[in-house]
Write a protein that binds this ligand. Structure first.
Ligand code: GLN
Length: 210
């Protein structure tokens, strides 16, 4: 994000990146390129005054385990449902944000979607492709990517690979099955900061997310 001189400091997003495991550093770098000094989040207290949190790629079962171990799973979920925290999940982060498909790990169910792990094969089936993201070409890196198999009616698709949604947005939530933090195109992170605001629980309940 370029300097935003007409923004009041109080309305500036307070951004964190979950730094328990996985690829959190490229997210910090991408956010820094937008002029945002994001906080590395490893403990529940560090969630307290954030408005925006990135859940990075990594290993979703491990991420779930560490979030539970450090008492962050319930806090994170409660703050998001209270409309205090907007969330952006990439890859393993997107898996956790969706609803359960009956497999491990448990999901946060903050996005009305099902995101199935390792849906395109092994690490060797990882790829980099140019896709239209919100109408503009973007180099998208897929690493042992998950797949959205069901999207609720209030989930918008911002990018597809073939028939498959790879970037989706719902109130308070942005999720990508690829890695927009790799490379040098900050558009998805900018969208998170500027176009994704915290969204309150009552509306989530109406959507049937919880
Ligand atoms: N395959 C990983 C999982 O299931 C996700 C891969 C990634 O985050 N790049 O958790």
């Amino acid at each position: 994000m370029s300097a935003r001189p007409n923004m009041q400091p109080s309305s500036a997003p307070r951004v964190g990146v979950l730094a328990l495991q996985g690829g959190f550093e490229p997210h910090l770098r991408m956010l820094a390129s937008l002029g945002v000094e994001a906080r590395e989040v490893r403990r529940p207290a560090q969630l307290a005054d954030l408005t925006h949190l990135v859940l990075p790629g990594g290993e979703s079962t491990t991420l779930h385990h560490l979030l539970a171990l450090f008492d962050m799973w319930d806090v994170l979920r409660a703050r998001a449902l209270a409309g205090e925290l907007a969330l952006f999940g990439t890859c393993a982060g997107a898996i956790l944000l969706g609803k359960s498909d009956g497999t491990r790990p448990p999901r946060l169910a903050l996005l009305d979607a099902v995101c199935v792990r390792n849906a395109y094969g092994t690490q060797l089936d990882s790829s980099r492709e140019t896709l239209a993201v919100a109408g503009q070409p973007m180099d998208c890196t897929f690493i042992r990517a998950p797949k959205f198999t069901r999207l609720g009616p209030d989930v918008s698709v911002l990018a597809r690979r073939g028939d498959d949604a790879v970037l989706v947005q719902a109130p308070g939530v942005l999720a990508a099955t690829f890695h927009p933090e790799l490379g040098d195109d900050p558009r998805v992170h900018r969208l998170f900061l500027e176009g994704c605001a915290p969204f309150a629980r009552a509306a989530h309940e109406r959507l049937g997310v919880v």
